[in-house]
Design a protein around this ligand. Structure first.
Ligand SMILES: Cc1cc2nc3c(=O)[nH]c(=O)nc-3n(C[C@H](O)[C@H](O)[C@H](O)COP(=O)(O)OP(=O)(O)OC[C@H]3O[C@@H](n4cnc5c(N)ncnc54)[C@H](O)[C@@H]3O)c2cc1C
Length: 354
């Protein structure tokens, strides 16, 4: 029996798990993928790495600011650029309005999540497929691949709300508060499609920008020269992100290659860089739950059940990586409040980094 099972090893789950573990609880993190980070995602392919999820960190508040400073001092993060260009529909490239440092991990953005893993017990490649309430105020978690079962006194569900609905709905209103389930169902996400595309070393001209936002483009949202994040890149490679509308139209496509090709064609046309249309290689990724479109207005969502069950993630209270971290911390506080009231004042998940 673990004190707390955390479902999801994205940034929210890891911050929450680290905080609770440092407070003295036994914590087990269960993650369905083979790596850490969730949407802080890095893919290794053709001898390079590329960030097909979160592209950079731009701290607005104190917590992410401190986190970034520590990761910079450990050479995990560096400033990538201070400028994100904008391209309007009539092909006008405009100088960035807001100059502020955008931080990236040369080893890939998933390195940020990995920095929070030391000391945590984490099960990878294990999807939680069912949760049941068992006597003596505890929970049982059923895992897909091993058919194994875990028990915990409390659960943190650190996954996108629509996925949490699928997992929690079967528990029904006899275990979960009806209002809680309604609130969870009210959260919605935009999808996104990302393309990673590599080009011959001779490709010219390379753009003057490293990152660019497409303004009012029906199909595209963002493009970054991802190779410029890496030390000594051998060839240029880009990451292109679709608009939410485009992703919605193509989300169920069996074959994503033509969808990715269409995105590159659109980018080549809009940017007047014809060679973008003929990559040496490319890979396409579908994010069914990319950005919260209709978030929950508080930093966590508690089930109101006899045994603690608290949901968190970027869809609670804020958005992006910073919002996910704050939500993970708020969920840790709430679980502690419902379980044992340990003193969390001197507990700081950032200690794992120092
Ligand atoms: C294309 C894209 C670009 C982005 N760009 C930026 C950016 O530039 N800057 C920024 O700050 N943010 C950006 N974001 C947003 C940022 O990535 C997210 O806000 C943040 O990573 C969310 O963290 P999270 O922990 O809430 O959720 P997630 O990262 O989604 O973590 C949830 C985890 O739960 C796991 N999981 C789900 N279901 C189960 C289950 N049943 N059992 C076990 N595990 C499960 C998932 O595999 C995942 O690892 C971007 C996102 C996308 C998709």
């Amino acid at each position: 029996m673990t004190d707390i099972a955390v479902i999801g090893a994205g940034i929210a789950g890891l911050v929450c798990a680290q905080q609770l573990s440092q407070a003295g609880y036994s914590v087990l993190v269960v993650e369905k993928s083979r790596g850490l980070g969730g949407r802080l995602a890095t893919r290794r392919l053709h001898g390079i790495c590329a960030d097909h999820g979160a592209c950079y960190l731009e701290p607005k508040g104190e917590l992410l600011g401190r986190f970034v400073e520590i990761l910079r001092s450990r050479q995990i993060l560096k400033v990538w650029t201070e400028e994100v260009y904008e391209l309007t529909v009539n092909a006008l490239l405009t100088e960035p309005k807001n100059r502020s440092p955008r931080y990236v991990a040369p080893e890939g953005m998933s390195a940020i999540a990995k920095s929070l893993a030391p000391g945590l017990e984490i099960l990878l490649n294990q999807r939680v497929v069912a949760i049941t309430s068992i006597p003596e105020n505890s929970w049982r978690l059923t895992l897909e691949s091993s058919n194994e079962e875990l028990t915990a006194k409390a659960i943190v569900v650190a996954i996108p709300a629509p996925q949490a609905v699928m997992l929690l709905e079967p528990l029904g209103e006899s275990v979960l508060d009806a209002v809680f389930l309604d609130n969870l169902r009210s959260v919605e996400f935009y999808p996104s499609i990302s393309v990673i595309a590599g080009y011959p070393p001779t490709s010219q001209p390379l753009p003057e920008w490293k990152a660019l936002t497409f303004m009012d483009n029906a199909d595209l949202a963002w493009i970054g020269l991802d190779s410029s994040k890496r030390p000594n890149p051998q060839q240029p490679h880009f990451v292109v992100q679709s608009s939410a509308n485009f992703a919605q139209r193509h989300l169920e496509s069996q074959d994503l290659q033509p969808v990715g090709q269409l995105m590159l064609q659109r980018a080549a046309e809009s940017l007047s860089l014809p060679w973008l249309n003929t990559p040496e290689w490319m890979q396409v990724h579908r994010w069914r739950y990319a950005f919260p479109s209709c978030p929950w207005h508080e930093a966590f969502l508690s089930a109101g059940s006899p045994s603690p069950l608290v949901c968190c993630g970027d869809w609670c209270g804020g958005n992006l990586v910073e919002g996910a971290m704050l939500s993970g911390l708020a969920a840790a506080d709430e679980i502690n409040h419902q379980l044992r009231h340990l003193l969390l004042e001197n507990v700081n998940f950032l200690k794992v980094l120092t």
